[in-house]
Design a protein around this ligand. Structure first.
Ligand code: B12
Length: 177
């Protein structure tokens, strides 16, 4: 099982992730790879549940309020899933209250927020504020084309990644920090 997952699906997705980062492949190829990985994951998921492959943690991912872009968020979710995380995808156009509800319900280690519009970026700050005391128990990761490390620092997010491959590396680091 570990071999299929680590040496097959994840290894393949890692190659695509790095090539995407280097502009050697583009969104259509990434989506094809992501779809293939998703199909593969669906086949082995029941086996993983009964095997020794350890779940690394739970991540809630979603796009913020007013924003319908979900391609990057979906890629992030699939890459995290491939890396061994259980991903709770709450979809697009999530008001801060929706993120809070998901945190209360699923008790994740990490929340990943995505925004593709300069007009919706502010919702990330509003969501962190909405988390209130829950923020102590969860790491917040932000991303999306207009988001920067500077912005992440300003709003008090724990991490920013410019792409899904880096986001997975950061998630691994966040869990040990
Ligand atoms: C596809 C697209 C759409 C599609 C979305 C389809 C969908 N299902 O997602 C549609 C046609 C619906 C759309 C609509 C609109 N769009 Co649009 N869209 C795009 C486009 C062309 C590509 C976005 C994309 O999918 N990129 C590919 C993915 C893989 O990249 P990504 O999302 O950046 O994600 C990567 C990283 O950012 C990161 N990441 C993403 N999320 C997260 C989260 C975390 C936690 C982390 C760590 C990392 C991370 O990892 C991902 C993978 O590596 C961009 C242009 C662009 N260059 O970004 C415009 C763009 C984002 N759109 C834009 C606009 C203006 C709009 C509209 C307002 C247009 C209109 N007038 O109606 C509407 C808004 C709708 C809404 N309310 O959300 C502008 C935004 C301008 C701005 N600065 O705010 C852009 C930049 C185009 C432009 N140059 O004008 N859009």
């Amino acid at each position: 099982m570990g071999i299929i997952l680590n040496d097959g699906l994840i290894a393949g997705m890692n190659v695509i992730g790095v090539r995407f980062k280097n502009n050697e492949v583009y969104v259509p190829e990434v989506l094809i790879a992501a779809r293939a990985m998703h199909a593969g994951m669906a086949v082995i998921k029941p086996l993983i549940a009964n095997s020794g492959v350890r779940e690394k943690g739970v991540v809630v991912v979603g796009t913020v309020k007013g924003d319908l872009h979900d391609i990057g968020k979906n890629l992030l979710g699939m890459m995290l899933e491939g890396a061994g995380y259980r991903v709770i995808d709450i979809g697009v156009d999530n008001a801060p209250e929706k993120f809070l509800k998901a945190v209360q319900e699923h008790n994740p280690q990490i929340v990943g927020m995505s925004a593709l519009l300069t007009t919706t970026m502010g919702q990330m700050k509003a969501t962190i504020e909405q988390l209130g005391p829950h923020k102590d128990n969860v790491k917040v990761m932000v991303g999306g084309a207009p988001v920067t490390q500077k912005f992440a620092d300003e709003i008090g997010a724990d991490a920013y990644a410019p792409d899904a491959a880096t986001a997975v590396e950061l998630a691994n680091q966040l869990l040990v920090s």
